[in-house]
Design a protein around this ligand. Structure first.
Ligand SMILES: [Zn+2]
Length: 318
């Protein structure tokens, strides 16, 4: 069930952003950073670190961010107000919470929603480092001996080992077509997050229904909604499909409706090949897994475990 697996992968990615059903109100960036006339201004926060983005910010125009000349963005620690807003987050669901946090702590970014999702991941990790220090404790249960190992991961080294990302990726499919795929923006991720949240909520409602037939029917419609969303995101992320015509000329198709119709009518093998490539493109950036050597002396197991970069867990646990 390749498609089920990649669907799961997609939702693991977006679930990082979903914490609960609440919403964050009244979030406003701190205006204090630039205020020099206050006699207390020497005690205002200063940048704690500088970071480059996985994309290098090279695809963004001035409306999205002020590009630092050396490519390094200043990262400020969270203010008390930022932190309070994250502890009282009625939702990261609509992206407002994360968006305001980024505008407060990385003021050179003006429109976080339009950043590539991988850049947002990296920024959140950096804000964590600037606010609560470089070390992140990871506790992981060994799948073999079930004992828990404790390791410390460095934010700096996670960020410095991140993969750079391009604004588009090309691939030749087995049937001769060439596709160009765009990585998700944070806006795509939010859209998917809301849909996934709604689906989780309907799953809860389903469990309360009487009768197996009723439950099955409701489950099917919920699953169909998720599959539709996956399909829509796939269409969104395909920039173009190219083929070579009878005269040997390459023809590029980028019209949305043509791409949609193509995806609806292409065979399953090609569909899966495309889906796999879209997923590959969207796992680039900061590695979310670390390798752990089991700390149980009698066990020599080595396993990979995900680091929880979920912004709210990250900040509220510390
Ligand atoms: Zn073990």
């Amino acid at each position: 069930m390749e498609s089920k697996k990649s669907l799961k992968l997609l939702f693991t990615q977006i679930n990082k952003y979903i914490v609960n059903s609440k919403e964050l109100y009244g979030a406003k960036m701190s205006e204090q950073i630039k205020n020099q006339s206050n006699p207390l201004s020497a005690y205002f926060r200063a940048p704690k670190m500088y970071m480059s983005l996985p994309s290098g910010a090279k695809y963004y125009d001035d409306d999205i961010c002020d590009k630092p000349e050396n490519g390094e963005f200043a990262v400020y620690p969270m203010t008390t107000k930022d932190e309070m807003m994250l502890k009282n987050p009625d939702a990261l669901l609509n992206g407002e919470a994360v968006s305001n946090l980024i505008k407060s702590c990385v003021p050179q970014v003006k429109d976080p929603i339009k950043l590539l999702s991988a850049d947002v991941d990296a920024i959140l990790i950096a804000i964590r480092g600037a606010s609560a220090g470089d070390d992140v404790e990871v506790n992981a249960e060994c799948p073999k001996c079930k004992e828990t190992s404790h390791v410390v991961v460095s934010i700096d080294s996670s960020l410095s080992s991140m993969e750079s990302i391009e604004d588009a990726y090309s691939k030749d499919l087995n049937n001769g077509l060439g596709i160009k795929v765009l990585p998700f923006t944070y806006g795509n991720t939010i859209k998917a997050g809301i849909a996934s949240f709604q689906s989780t909520r309907s799953m809860q409602a389903i469990s309360e229904l009487d009768g197996d037939m009723e439950r099955l029917k409701a489950f099917n419609s919920s699953f169909v909604q998720l599959a539709d969303l996956n399909f829509e995101m796939m269409i969104d992320s395909i920039a173009s499909v190219a083929f070579t015509d009878a005269d040997g000329q390459v023809v590029n198709v980028s019209e949305r409706s043509a791409i949609r119709e193509f995806l609806e009518n292409t065979d399953n093998t090609t569909g899966k090949e495309i889906e796999k490539f879209v997923n590959e493109v969207n796992t680039k950036g900061v590695k979310q897994d670390i390798r752990i050597e089991c700390q149980n002396e009698k066990c020599d197991n080595v396993f990979d475990t995900p680091i929880n970069f979920d912004p709210v867990n990250f900040f509220t646990d510390s």
